[in-house]
Ligand binder design. Structure first.
Ligand code: T1G
Ligand code: NAD
Length: 723
């Protein structure tokens, strides 16, 4: 049953019941309307309580029912019916009231929530806007500024804050339905006129024009290219200037135009992809998701540099006690100070939520590896150096208890080689966090050839426990995300060789929607990291001037520009200069450097490169198609399980515009034959750039008629699967 009704004396209780989140599917809406109609007519009923089963009110419209057009109008019909009721209706909110769920609650005359509940209008995150009256009722209830903030950011608001804002009338720590029944009895007989939000006048504000303009400017800058935040602002604006019923029409008009952009479809694909990657199946054997993860109570982190300190904070936030290890007293002090200052910020956040420090795990700092002997899971985050990592893992074999899991945060070294020096290769796994590790949502879980299903399940569960989205990938140099970055950055460098300035390339890709262009990203990460690794492998430098740097490596094209910058001490932000220059005091704002123009002009002269300008579209195509082609190669080699996995990695770890779905979904919506055609013509003219050679899988999917992205997996067929 989608919605049921029972009677508690004179109060009817209607319960939404559609596990797991009481999404308001069409059958739920139908039965809700029926039950509500009967309760309204029942002469014994004086008031109605609306609540949800399964510990949740409702997560809103059923996203699975969305197709090419939004089928949401009937929810506003229900809302109008509830609001118009002459019997008081009280929403009893437990767990979540999100999207259409909150809109339904807003149509009730009163709202009671339990202390753990969250409310919000997160539609913007799936590319649409609240379209069942939410953009019209919420501003009438809490004022335009607060409503704009919630709707444009899609923020989940905890019950305490919802009470302060005036969204809920009471917050209780007891049984929510009992509390709502008591509340309903108290209000029976009172006038409902002022409780109907559709007729409530909006609170006047003097600086409305400026507020809306600022909101548009901020949303354009922050969500570059995303259309839904702008539509949300437009709808809230309508709540001020138009009568309620016209505002409702405006919501419908705006949602229709959003669907036409394709962004909702991409964001909803991204929403379900994030959930599906956690249910991954391996074509080559067992299924880790059917194996129970081993529980872990304690963790160790080795190395408290950039990554280690963020990993410690992530674990502490999940209330996991940590033993934190460094190599010497100086580094230990540095690490401790960094962790302490990050922890202070976490304490502040908890305080604002009315919570205490007991929600955080405790940390012990030490130089003694022996302290790790009782911990359940150890994460190594020392320098990216195979010899050092092997030494550490060998040591851990002796120290760690036999069932402890040994994880490495390497960004691309061979997991099997690291595992080979241990007494338990089946318990060794890559847990590749992204920087800053306490903030970034992505966790690449890297499986070695001996890694057991229990170890995989445990590492995937670690991701969930830390509130991250974990994606399982196979073991190859640089894994999935960083590996795909290679050809993308390579194209960016070639574009600069050929005539672009770094800022031209960054701007074109930021206009495409990337959070950061490739050159700003390289400067932020530090150019020296890759340079040192290339030197270690003998792939570059030291060069004796005036010897010109080679533009070929093993017969293929190679851009030595990044190496040349490093030779000049330009390591990026950390040294104040890289592809850009960075000025004090912040040292973080990338400014185009006139020096770079001269440097590039000389470079082109030295190598007789004919300078030719490249338009933004070509910049975007060359870089993004290079990324996509490598994505197909990753699929072909069985390093990722499917296109969704790659898209989740890029959306959550590399600032790819989520409203384009991810690189593979973007390829699909662009048309694979177009991508293939562009790669073919580039490769024909540049046979010394093998990364642009169209992959077998891409050609195969085009040859079978470009089926839907959901069917690509079947084309992977018998390819070489490493998972
Ligand atoms: N519709 C359909 N399925 C949903 C769903 C929804 N709204 N929300 C969650 N699910 C599924 C999800 O796919 C997963 O399925 C399972 O529920 C558990 O979710 C009219 C038009 C509620 C905070 O955007 O934010 O209302 O994988 O793994 O971490 O204007 O889900 O198990 O098969 O995420 O505990 C607006 C989206 C809709 C809320 C729970 N609402 N959901 O998080 O579990 S549009 C949203 C969430 C709308 C109105 C408009 C989260 C959650 P499966 P989960 P969780
Ligand atoms: P980092 O140089 O900032 O920190 C490394 C830390 O390890 C230093 O504090 C160092 O003192 C410590 N250390 C070195 N030898 C040690 C030993 N024997 N025992 C204990 N501690 C020791 O490096 P980082 O950027 O944090 O990178 C750590 C790992 O994470 C590397 O494998 C790197 O490839 C990977 N990674 C880095 C990033 C990033 O953006 N920085 C992102 C993902 C993964």
């Amino acid at each position: 049953m989608a919605a049921t009704r029972r009677l508690s004396h004179t109060v009817a209780v209607i319960i939404l019941n559609h596990p797991p989140v009481n999404a308001l599917s069409s059958s739920v809406r139908q039965s809700l309307l029926k039950e509500f109609g009967e309760a309204s007519k029942d002469p014994l009923v004086e008031a109605i309580v609306l609540t949800g089963a399964n510990g949740k009110f409702s997560a809103g419209a059923d996203i699975r029912e969305f197709s090419t057009s939004a089928a949401t109008a009937s929810l506003e019909f229900i809302n109008a019916t509830i609001e118009g009721s002459t019997k008081p209706v009280v929403a009893a909110i437990e767990g979540v009231a999100l999207g259409g769920g909150l809109e339904l609650a807003l149509s009730c005359h009163y709202r009671v929530a339990n202390t753990q509940a969250f409310v919000g209008l997160p539609e913007v995150l799936i590319g649409i806007l609240p379209a069942a009256g939410g953009t019209q009722r919420l501003p009438r209830l809490i004022g335009v500024p607060a409503a704009l903030d919630m709707i444009v950011r899609g923020r989940h608001v905890p019950a305490g804050e919802a009470f302060q804002l005036g969204i809920v009338d009471e917050v209780v720590n007891s049984d929510i339905v009992d509390a709502a029944i008591q509340f309903a009895r108290k209000v029976v007989g009172q006038s409902l006129d002022a409780r109907r939000l559709s007729t409530k006048p909006i609170q006047p504000i003097t600086n409305l024009g400026t507020l809306l303009d600022t909101a548009v400017e901020k949303a354009t800058r922050q969500f570059r290219g995303a259309q839904a935040p702008l539509a949300c602002i437009e709808a809230v604006k309508a709540s001020v200037y138009l009568p309620f019923h016209k505002g409702i029409e405006k919501e419908q008009e705006l949602i229709k135009s959003l669907w036409a952009t394709g962004q909702p479809q991409a964001l909803q694909y991204a929403f379900f992809s994030e959930r599906n990657v956690g249910k991954w199946t391996t074509p080559s054997g067992g299924r880790w998701d059917r194996v129970p993860p081993r529980s872990f109570q304690t963790a160790g982190v080795i190395g408290l540099g950039t990554m280690g300190r963020g990993i410690v904070i992530s674990l502490l936030k999940a209330n996991i006690p940590v033993i934190a290890i460094e190599q010497d007293a100086k580094q230990l002090d540095l690490g401790r100070n960094a962790v302490d200052s990050l922890l202070k910020r976490e304490f502040e956040k908890l305080k604002q939520q009315g919570k205490t420090a007991s929600e955080l795990g405790s940390v012990q700092f030490t130089l003694d590896f022996g302290e790790l002997k009782h911990v359940d899971l150890i994460i190594e985050a020392v320098y990216e150096n195979m010899k050092l990592k092997k030494e550490i893992f060998k040591k851990l074999s002796f120290i760690a208890k036999p069932d402890a899991f040994l994880c490495t945060n390497t960004s691309g070294l061979n997991i099997d080689e690291i595992a080979s020096v241990t007494d338990r290769p089946q318990q060794v796994i890559g847990t590749h966090f992204f920087s800053p590790a306490n903030i970034m949502r992505l966790l690449e879980v890297v499986r070695g050839c001996h890694t057991s299903l229990t170890t995989i399940a445990t590492a995937m569960n670690l991701g969930k426990t830390l509130g991250k989205v974990a994606v399982l990938v196979g073991n190859c140099p640089l894994f999935v995300g960083n590996r795909m970055l290679g050809p993308y950055l390579e194209q960016a460098s070639y574009l600069v060789e050929e005539g672009c300035n770094p800022e031209d390339v960054d701007q074109a890709l930021e206009t495409f929607g990337f959070a950061m262009g490739p050159f700003r990203m390289m400067d932020l990460a530090g150019l020296d990291v890759g340079w040192r690794s290339r030197m270690e492998k003998g792939l570059t430098g030291p060069r004796v001037p005036p010897e010109a740097p080679a533009r070929q490596r093993n017969g293929n094209r190679y851009s030595p520009l990044a190496d040349m910058l490093c030779e000049l001490g330009r390591f990026g932000q950390k040294s104040g200069k890289g592809w850009y220059r960075y000025e004090k005091p912040s040292g973080r704002n990338a400014k185009p450097d006139p020096w770079m123009r001269e440097f590039l002009e000389k470079y082109r002269r030295d190598h007789q490169i004919v300078h030719h300008p490249v338009n933004p579209q070509e910049i975007q195509e060359r870089c993004v198609y290079a990324l996509i082609n490598e994505g197909f190669r990753v699929l072909e080699e069985g390093i990722a399980s499917g296109p969704e996995d790659i898209d989740v990695i890029y959306n959550n770890g590399y600032g790819f515009p989520k409203y384009r779905g991810g690189p593979m979904y973007y390829a699909y919506t662009t048309g694979l034959s177009k991508v293939l055609g562009a790669l073919e013509s580039y490769y024909k003219a540049n046979s010394d750039v093998p990364s642009m050679k169209p992959t077998f899988l891409l050609k195969k999917i085009v040859a079978v008629g470009e089926p839907s992205i959901k069917e690509w997996k079947t084309q992977l067929g018998n390819l070489n699967n490493k998972l």
